[in-house]
Design a protein around this ligand. Structure first.
Ligand SMILES: Cc1cc2nc3c(=O)[nH]c(=O)nc-3n(C[C@H](O)[C@H](O)[C@H](O)COP(=O)(O)OP(=O)(O)OC[C@H]3O[C@@H](n4cnc5c(N)ncnc54)[C@H](O)[C@@H]3O)c2cc1C
Length: 394
């Protein structure tokens, strides 16, 4: 990969920078990660997405025919650099932009692409992912939610759990069992469901950090048009895997962790250890330097993946490496922040006396989730062993 920026790339940078100077929100207090704490945080993220969309600055690496800008690899990197520079990263607004959109580009009909992709780009429609069930997480193919075909419709009954952003979602992509007699991977279908359809109940689940990101979603004889089937009936497992590959790719991402490590270094300069700034302790500096090296290694791994994506290839199992390493590095960074903060680590998010508004303890309590979401880290170990390294099944 050549990291030199051409004049055209620099012109692109200037264009986006100028747009950001005029349009970036004044309030740049970070909203914490994927699982915001409040409805207000969600509204701020959505408003920023829609503002970006108004200038054509969302889903920028999607082909133009689907509403993107068809940006090159380097321009996509520049785009994220500029967003980071003004401390307004691309907000996470559910599973449409990163998961359903790319999946539909591979598997959707022309009608489905035309109907759904533009509203993902604009942020008019929010999507959630209806995969996990109370007895089907790692072993996802054991799912029991039934869809029975009746004329032009499916009738769906069952329960999903851990459905992120379901409380805000307009639509869900739902895995359903359509042939209970077939071997479990073969009797599954991938169906798009309008969350306003009668028979759907969403119940929030509150996490230990107070965020209300997840939900239980109940389907009670929910009628869905057959045209919302993605791929063939009973062949939804292949479609589902495409989505999972995209999910594991975004589960990591080296660059956001680099920003976090810089923040950790700033914290170390402010807090005291043995009567002196913690930063003056060489063990503290050593630890932060180690994090930085790992963060950089992840950044380059991420760039390798991006190259693959921008060549039009679907992500490979290597995404598991990013997901595994980034979530574990994040966990170690957050634990170290707790050590630096000492007793202050017990103050809650947004407590007036907490350094950095208590963001570190909020993140610490949420960090474990990253090791489970998008397939637990034990499962990623299995994938890396079997599919990347070619080791025999354990
Ligand atoms: C933050 C977050 C967001 C999520 N968002 C969504 C969402 O939007 N939509 C959705 O559908 N789901 C979502 N999930 C659910 C997530 O996909 C599941 O939690 C995950 O797949 C694990 O499934 P489980 O919780 O049922 O655990 P289980 O599968 O019951 O696993 C329990 C433990 O056993 C281990 N284990 C299981 N099988 C094996 C094996 N073969 N080898 C080694 N170890 C194994 C696991 O690693 C884990 O430690 C989310 C989860 C989190 C944490």
């Amino acid at each position: 990969m050549d990291f030199g920026y051409s004049e055209e790339d620099e012109a692109f940078r200037r264009e986006f920078r100028t747009w950001l100077e005029q349009n970036a929100p004044r309030d740049r207090t970070p909203v914490e990660g994927m699982w915001e704490e409040s409805e207000q945080d969600w509204q701020r993220k959505l408003a920023w997405w829609r503002k970006l969309a108004s200038g054509g600055w969302t889903c920028v690496d999607w082909p133009k025919e689907y509403g993107g800008r068809g940006l090159s690899l380097l321009q996509t990197i520049i785009y994220h650099q500029e967003l980071q520079r003004v401390n307004c990263p691309l907000p996470f607004i559910g599973s449409g932009p990163n998961l359903l959109g790319p999946t539909l580009m591979h598997w959707g009909t022309a009608e489905q692409k035309a109907r759904f992709l533009p509203k993902i780009v604009s942020g008019e429609e929010i999507w959630c992912q209806g995969y996990s069930e109370p007895n089907a997480g790692s072993d996802l193919a054991s799912l029991q939610t039934r869809a029975i075909e009746e004329g032009d419709y499916f009738r769906i009954t069952g329960q999903k759990i851990w459905t992120s952003q379901a409380q805000y979602a307009d639509w869900a992509f739902v895995l359903c069992r359509t042939d209970p007699e077939a071997p479990k991977h073969r009797g599954i279908s991938y169906i798009l469901v309008d969350m306003k359809t009668p028979g759907i109940t969403v119940r929030p689940l509150v996490q230990m950090n107070g965020a209300r990101g997840f939900n239980e979603v109940f389907f009670d004889d929910v009628k869905v048009p057959r045209r919302n089937l993605v791929g063939e009936k009973n062949q939804g497992w292949q479609v589902a895997i495409t989505t999972l590959m995209y999910e594991r790719n975004i589960g990591g991402g080296g660059s956001p962790l680099l920003g976090l490590i810089d923040e950790l270094a700033r914290l170390a300069r402010r807090v005291q250890r043995n009567g002196r700034p913690a930063w003056e302790d060489s063990d503290v500096r050593q630890k932060i330097a180690e994090f930085k090296c790992e963060g950089e290694a992840l950044r380059y791994t991420n760039l390798r993946q991006l190259t693959r994506r921008l060549k039009g290839l679907a992500p490979g199992p290597e995404g598991s490496i990013m997901k595994l390493c980034a979530s574990e590095l994040n966990l170690r960074i957050q634990s170290f922040a707790m050590e630096l903060l000492g007793p202050y680590s017990q103050l809650e998010y947004r407590s007036p006396l907490a350094p950095d508004e208590g963001r570190w303890s909020f993140r610490m309590l949420g960090a474990r989730a990253g090791t489970i979401a998008a397939g637990s880290n034990q499962i990623q170990h299995n994938i890396i062993g079997e599919r990347v390294l070619g080791l025999p099944k354990g």
